[in-house]
Every structure is written in structure tokens, then in C-alpha cells.
Design a protein around this ligand. Structure first.
Ligand code: PHE
Length: 360
């Protein structure tokens, strides 16, 4: 090979590199790799005349340098060219809170606005807090409605029998007792009294509850929220005012609350609480027919009442000086009555089905 032939081959290689599409990622090894174009040309040095070998060596060195600079320019340009700014961006998947968690946050903030504080109490608790301190001594028939899943903990049998004037006698820390999966959030009542010791108390306790039930409107695990207010001079008007306030905040202007006489062991007097139906505005009639959503103009959400003196005593609070009210409702029940939700089977809420959950 003559030096001129070599020169023209070198020129050819450089031209080729010049015309390289910038997308070829193997381009570097094609030119400078072990079996690349540069190496195969270098082998030609043996066919070059002795007197030209020196010049040829210089030409190879130059070629190598040129290739290296050009290739590093290519890879720098390539990085920029790789991004097509006109491509539509890939949507980032963002999760959101479960509808029941959203409802709990909303409920909490509604009550916080009027001075309630959220407390958290055990969801597996002593029989004492779930039943006995709430004026339901062992074997009391009122327990039948609630009794549920007991936990296999060794039961300490007490010799002290129930004494309504001093329910503290059977406090578990003194005498032990059984543990139960809480059937209601009312277990937080005496716990809150023990925590704060002195009124005023304005508690909102939201927690899981468990009952022996399962159908379209009940699940074995569900959530309740419990309100408890204790201070001097608290009366039913304060309770009713709080219910009306919640109804308006949660369901919207124009929603009313209603209380009907009922019985709970731990409140006296006791009530069931209803909210007016937003479909028929509490009339029970929609388009000349019975309202299909509520049938009566009202939806029942749960219980309420004035805290029973025995419960105050169990919490170490003087019932001569203080009075209080309490209420306890299902979160799922309260939430699914919201306008426009139309959830007719609450088990869907726990199905984990994203097609359902994504809608909230
Ligand atoms: N704990 C009652 C229930 O689960 C509700 C309730 C709470 C009633 C507080 C009165 C006062 O149905």
C-alpha cells in the first residue's frame, strides 16, 4: 500500500464517521474497538514501504486522535438528541387515601373546629372498658347486643362482686378481666376520663370495632367515632346543637338532626340519632312516591345520650358536679349516606378493588 492509498482510506473512514447516524450506540466499537476499522487499517503498516512507515505512523496517530474526539462529541450530542421534548409525558401514578380514611379525616376536622381533640384507644381492650365500666356488669342482659369476639387471655377471677356505687372495684388493673375485640368506641369514654382526670373533656375517638355480623350493610370489622363532652352544666341542648352542627358540616346546609328515645346502659336518657335525607329533604316523599333512599325522610346513624352517673364514677369524675353527653356512630354508615355516593354494599369498601376505590 502506498502512502497515498493510506491517506485516501483514512479520509474514507473519517467521512464515514461524519455520516454516522447519531443514534447508533455501537458506533464507538465500530471504529475504535478491537476489530474496528482503525485496528484493521493499522495492520496495513506491514505493507507500507520502509521509507514511508514513519509518516504512516504519524497518520495513524492523527487518525486515532480525530476518531476519539469526534466519537466523544457524538456521545455528548447523542444524550441531548435522545430526549424528545415533544413526546407526551408518562403519567405518574399517584395513590390516594382510602375513602374511609378520608371520611375519618373529615369527621375529625369538623369536630376539631369546635374544640374536640382526637384520642386513640385500644381496639382490643379489657372487658372493663368495653362493658363493665359502662354500667354493664357481668351477665347483664344489655351485653347480649354487643358481646362479640373474646380474646383467649387468662382471666383473673375476682372475688369482688359488682358494686354499682363503686364500679372501680372491678377495674382490671386491680382485679384483671377478659379481653375483647372492641364492639364500640365507647371503651374510650372511661379511658379518656382517666387520662384527663378533670373536665372539660371534649374527645373524638375513632377506631375499628368488631361485631358478629356480615351483610350488605354490616361488616364484622367496621369503624366508629365516639364523641364525649364532660363539663359543668352540659345538657341535652348541647348534644342537639353538636348534632345539628355536624349534620350541616358533613352533609351540607339544610340537613337536620333528630333524636329519638332509646336505651343504652351507659347513657341516661339515651337516644337514637337520625339525619334528614338529602334526596327528599326529610319529607319521605320524592316525585309523588315514597323516597327510595330513606323511606321515611330520615336515616339512623347511631346512638347518643347523657353520660350515666355510674360511668362518670367509673372514670373518677364526680357526677354531682359534672354532666356530659356522648354519641357513637358508624363511620361507614355515616359516610355512605353522603349525597351522590350510592354505595349500596359497604363490603365493597373493603374489597381492595381498585376499579371501585379509584373513584374516590
Ligand atoms: N356505643 C353505642 C353503639 O355502639 C353508641 C353510643 C355511644 C350510644 C355513646 C350512646 C353514647 O351503638
Amino acid at each position: 500500500m502506498t502512502i497515498d492509498q493510506l491517506k485516501s482510506q483514512i479520509e474514507e473512514i473519517i467521512n464515514r464517521l461524519e455520516g454516522e447516524t447519531l443514534i447508533d450506540t455501537n458506533v464507538k466499537s465500530k471504529y475504535l474497538g478491537k476489530k474496528g476499522l482503525f485496528n484493521s487499517l493499522v495492520k496495513e503498516i506491514r505493507n507500507i514501504e520502509g521509507s514511508d512507515k514513519k509518516e504512516a505512523g504519524q497518520l495513524f496517530n492523527q487518525l486515532k486522535e480525530t476518531l476519539e474526539t469526534k466519537l466523544s462529541n457524538i456521545s455528548q450530542t447523542k444524550k441531548v438528541v435522545d430526549i424528545d421534548f415533544t413526546m407526551p409525558a408518562e403519567e405518574t401514578k399517584v395513590g390516594h387515601m382510602h375513602p374511609i380514611s378520608q371520611a375519618m379525616e373529615e369527621i375529625t376536622s369538623i369536630f376539631e373546629k369546635i374544640g374536640f381533640t382526637r384520642s386513640r384507644y385500644p381496639e382490643v381492650d379489657w372487658d372493663w372498658y368495653v362493658f363493665e365500666s359502662l354500667n354493664m356488669p357481668p351477665s347483664h342482659p344489655a351485653r347480649d347486643e354487643w358481646e362479640t369476639f373474646f380474646v383467649d387471655t387468662p382471666e383473673e377471677v375476682s372475688e369482688v362482686s359488682y358494686d354499682a356505687s363503686n364500679p372501680r372495684k372491678r377495674h382490671p388493673s386491680l382485679v384483671g378481666g377478659k379481653m375483647v375485640l372492641t364492639t364500640h368506641t365507647s371503651n374510650g369514654q372511661v379511658r379518656e376520663m382517666e387520662r384527663l382526670k378533670n373536665p372539660p373533656i371534649r374527645m373524638i375517638n375513632i377506631a375499628r370495632c368488631y361485631r358478629r355480623q356480615q351483610d350488605a350493610t354490616h361488616t364484622q370489622m367496621f369503624h366508629q367515632f365516639e364523641g364525649l363532652v364532660i363539663d359543668e352544666g352540659i345538657n341535652i341542648q348541647n348534644l342537639k346543637g353538636t348534632l345539628d352542627y355536624f349534620a350541616k358540616e358533613f352533609y351540607g346546609e339544610g340537613t337536620k338532626s333528630r333524636i329519638r328515645p332509646f336505651h343504652f346502659q351507659f347513657t341516661e336518657p339515651s337516644f337514637e340519632v337520625d339525619f334528614s335525607c338529602h334526596i327528599c329533604s326529610g319529607t319521605g316523599i320524592k316525585d309523588g312516591d315514597k323516597c327510595k333512599f330513606c323511606k321515611s325522610g330520615w336515616h339512623e346513624v347511631g346512638g347518643a345520650g347523657m353520660v350515666h352517673p355510674n360511668v362518670l364514677k367509673a372514670g373518677g369524675i364526680d357526677p354531682e358536679k359534672y354532666t356530659g353527653f356522648a354519641f357513637g356512630w358508624g363511620v361507614e354508615r355515616t359516610y355512605t349516606l353522603k349525597e351522590g355516593l350510592n354505595i349500596d354494599d359497604i363490603r365493597l369498601l373493603y374489597s381492595g378493588d381498585l376499579r371501585f376505590l379509584k373513584q374516590f
